[in-house]
Design a protein around this ligand. Structure first.
Ligand code: NAP
Length: 262
């Protein structure tokens, strides 16, 4: 899975979303993250089609919403998403939240069928705590490839990172720029100024150097390119340690139906 992807939540205007995806792919991105709930799968598919890149080169991930998770609904929702995205397979299909119609046995047996049939290359989960992953592993024979959760320097998720590392589950960081809040943090601004880069790049490099995939959302060429340039930034051990020492716990995505353990 490419370590830097493009997030598309709240990229609602179809024209803008199409252009963003095309620009990102032409900049070098090869990982696009969407979801049925974002209402932009059509535009994402059109952006991929508009770029001069073959489908096989793109790592495409989408997510089923909480009311898509009944056993039969999983097949129907996935077929619709494939159609909207203009593809016959997904690189990664996530369960968006362990909530609503989610039931480990009935939901995951449908995911496993999709995996065995080749409609999805990987099974993913999102907003799962270790207890949810344990319950899912009890009923799945196929591996859980990734858990997508909120991670950034202001919410470092140390316990979950350690759990996922030991369990062999990739961690994908959503809201990796804390929705823009990383720009107001002294440690990040100081490192950014020293290195002549943006706070966004510092945050993305910190994630990458900790083995975490990041999917920042960006809508204009400038932000898309700035985030891409983070791949060239190598933070020193001392800089990484200064970021590790940030002790804030700012959770930006916390709906009422999220896990209680939070
Ligand atoms: P984010 O990526 O942390 O922040 C996005 C914000 O940062 C936007 O306002 C964007 O502005 C701005 N930005 C991006 N690059 C910038 C740069 N280089 N300099 C200055 N500002 C910059 O927040 P997010 O959208 O919440 O998270 C990213 C993705 O994660 C989502 O799009 C979605 O794909 C995924 N996600 C998943 C879940 C889940 O439950 N699984 C939840 C939340 C998010 P512009 O748009 O103007 O560029």
């Amino acid at each position: 899975m490419p370590a830097l992807g493009l997030g598309t939540w709240q990229n609602d205007d179809p024209e803008m979303c199409r252009e963003t995806v095309r620009t990102a792919l032409e900049t070098g991105y090869r990982h696009i993250d969407t979801a049925r709930m974002y209402g932009n799968e059509d535009a994402v598919g059109q952006g991929i089609a508009a770029a001069d890149i073959s489908r096989e080169e793109v790592f495409l991930a989408t997510k089923l919403w909480t009311d898509d998770l009944g056993h039969d609904d999983v097949f129907e929702a996935t077929a619709e998403s494939l159609d909207r995205l203009g593809t016959d397979y997904l690189d990664l299909l996530y369960i968006h939240w362990p909530a609503g119609a989610y039931d480990p046995e009935s939901t995951l047996s449908a995911f496993e069928e999709l995996y065995e049939d080749g409609a999805i290359d990987r099974i993913g989960v999102s907003n799962f705590e270790p207890s949810h992953i344990e319950a899912a592993r009890d009923v799945l024979e196929a591996p859980i490839f990734a858990n997508q959760v909120e991670v950034h320097p202001l919410l470092q998720q140390r316990r979950l990172r350690e759990y996922c590392r030991d369990a062999g589950v990739e961690l994908v960081a959503y809201s990796p720029l804390a929705k823009g809040d990383v720009f107001g943090v002294d440690v990040l601004s100081a490192i950014a100024a020293d290195r002549g880069v943006s706070e966004a790049q510092v945050s993305l490099a910190w994630l990458r150097q900790n083995g975490i995939t990041a999917i920042p959302k960006a809508t204009g060429g400038e932000h898309i390119r700035d985030n891409w340039a983070s791949l060239d930034l190598e933070l020193s051990e001392e800089e990484l340690a200064r970021i590790d020492a940030i002790e804030r716990k700012t959770r930006l995505v916390d709906p009422g139906f999220g896990p209680d353990a939070w």
